[in-house]
Design a protein around this ligand. Sequence first.
Ligand code: NAP
Ligand code: HSE
Length: 345
Amino acid sequence: MKTVRVGFLGCGNIGCGVYGVLKEQADRIAQDEGLRFEVGPILVRDKAKKRKSDIPSALLTERPEDVTDNPDIDVVAEFMGGVEPAASLIIRALRGGRTVVTANKAALATRWNDILAAAKEGGAGLLFEASVGGAIPVIRSLTDSLQANEIRSISGIVNGTTNYILTRMADAGLSYAQALQEAQQLGYAEPDPAADVEGYDPVYKLSILATLAFRQHVPPEAIAREGITAVTASDIAAAREAGCAVKLLATAKRAGGRILAAVRPERVPVSHPLCGVKDAFNAVFIDGSACGEMMLYGRGAGDRPTASAVVSDLIRAGHGGLRLPPVHGEAEVCGGLPADGIDDE
Ligand code: NAP
Ligand code: HSE
């Protein structure tokens, strides 16, 4: 049996969910994988705060270096959120040779080149399945299952909060404000929900997906962005009349030597598989040169679906032998898509 020592950076919704799943599945993971996880120290802002999981207070620290610079730790798992100080702590841990598992798409997308360089410098692994699509294994699919393909396009519903809001407005007649409040209560929204409703969160996720799909860096600032704050009940009703639903789509496609990339609300015809993706579910529709069209679907937000992806990364880190994703230079990106969106050629 191998013992894997994991330090956490952050222990809110996701950190507590990961702690709970590791504890609940400990014996099965030990039997199936030959790994025992020992968690701690755990960095938080306020040690006195009440937490969802039953976490021994002796494991908590308010000093980041207790985790990032700790010689007893094999893997650093980051669930703080936001770009800073999360990105700097990830970089510090990687430079010190510790494998990092993160759910933080904002830090990863914004500091992609710095984080990858730190992983190379430290000879460390970097795993981020939970950063896009919650429980859906979309990162692993792109890096480890679809290598035979030249990916032509990738289009998805990658924000659970906005999909939940649009579904509740369309199916239950809720106002935008009521639906957002429900999404926050269910733990789907970012600490600042503007990241969801203004489209920043899906832009970060599209940056990560497009970079892996096209194997060239697609920075978030090059992606066109429009959120759902201007979508009204009458837009949704008019779309329904036309046999469509309004969805916040994140789409990137090859066009000659360039990549077109945008996040924006679009009318999706009922005949398209993405139309049936409701509530906080996410789906990613991929068109590859050998696989053709395929769609990955599942729960895109919430503590346990996200913990499913994080614990899978921790198990992978525990087994070692990690390689960094192959990404060759910067893509030439045009932040926009043709007006007819999802069905255009
Ligand atoms: P959260 O509930 O706000 O938790 C953040 C945690 O980080 C808290 O424990 C907080 O400490 C700690 N923290 C934040 N800033 C800190 C600082 N400067 N110093 C020390 N500790 C700090 O956030 P969450 O919902 O768990 O999200 C965490 C990450 O997972 C984010 O990157 C998010 O995008 C990502 N994610 C979330 C979901 C989801 O469904 N919510 C799904 C996939 C990925 P205190 O507890 O003491 O305040
Ligand atoms: N706030 C994000 C969402 C969490 O709603 O999709 C999952 O990344």
